[in-house]
Design a protein around this ligand. Structure first.
Ligand code: DGL
Length: 273
């Protein structure tokens, strides 16, 4: 059976952040076709209301299912915080994998007892984050920062610029002064600036990108829910969609993943795709 006959997995984010998750999924499930949608017409989701993000997430999920996806990865902490529960109720029977800030591994690994978390305002305000902190961060001090503007810098491909460094230094230097030894990347855009983060925090601070753990979860769920699928190691296709400019997404795809893939433009039409 050709690899592309496998049931596709749909992956979405407000923009290109979810590509950090897609990259990890491709490592674990190279034979599974992926459909990626970046809602670049509406990025950033971080400052938006829960209802608004739920509306976007619902329409995007409907589109991905219509394209044949058998499982949905909400590759966005903000969309997961706002709508994972909502989507599971709305689309009963469809398996979803979402993101939550990796506070649990950070709390287990920290020796100084101080952990920095970088995420969007909506992620910090959501019930999912509060519950993760309550369950796993007992006895650990969590320092938070929303890194205003950082998602925009990554969406414009500015991974190393002075302005990007400035945003990260503003967030991280006060945390370093307090003694953090672990940083959690609670936004899927941020793994693309790990080289810069590492330069700022130095070699003694661990930076946690949750993408590999989420990809493992996707692999397990895919295998248990769709056991009839044959997971050949042959690389399957990825179909990329953006609600914004395909040219911009295509150049970011090349810059961030080294992927020359075609991107299809999918404009919003009265709240539907
Ligand atoms: N990539 C996102 C996240 O994981 C969202 C960033 C945004 O759109 O504000 O939270």
């Amino acid at each position: 059976m050709p690899a592309d006959r496998n049931i596709p997995v749909g992956v979405f984010d407000s923009g290109v952040g979810g590509l950090s998750v897609l990259r990890a999924i491709r490592v674990r499930l190279p034979g599974v076709p992926l459909i990626y949608l970046g809602d670049q017409a509406n990025v950033p989701y971080g400052p938006r209301s829960q209802q608004e993000v739920q509306g976007f997430s619902e329409s995007i999920t409907r589109f991905l299912l219509a394209q044949g996806a058998g499982m949905i990865v909400v590759a966005c902490n903000t969309a997961s915080a706002a709508s994972l529960k909502y989507l599971r109720n709305k689309f009963a029977g469809i398996p979803f994998v979402g993101m939550e800030p990796a506070v649990k591994p950070a709390a287990e690994l920290t020796r100084s007892g101080l952990v920095g978390v970088l995420a969007t305002p909506a992620t910090f305000q959501g019930a999912l984050y509060a519950s993760v902190v309550e369950r796993f961060a007992q006895g650990v001090t969590i320092l938070q920062d929303t890194c205003p503007g950082l998602v925009h810098q990554i969406e414009t491909g500015e991974l190393e610029s002075l302005a990007t460094r400035d945003i990260l230094e503003k967030a991280l230097l006060p945390m370093l002064a307090r003694g953090i030894d672990t940083v959690v990347l609670g936004c899927t855009h941020y793994p693309f600036v790990i080289p810069l983060i590492s330069k700022i925090v130095g070699p003694n601070v661990r930076v946690i990108d949750p993408a590999p753990a989420v990809a493992r979860q996707v692999e397990n769920l895919y295998a248990s829910l769709l056991p009839e699928q044959r997971l050949e190691s042959k690389t399957a296709s990825v179909n990329y969609y953006t609600t914004g400019s395909s040219e911009l997404m295509q150049s970011l795809l090349k810059q961030l993943l080294g992927d020359q893939g075609e991107v299809m433009e999918l404009p919003w039409n009265h709240g539907e795709l």
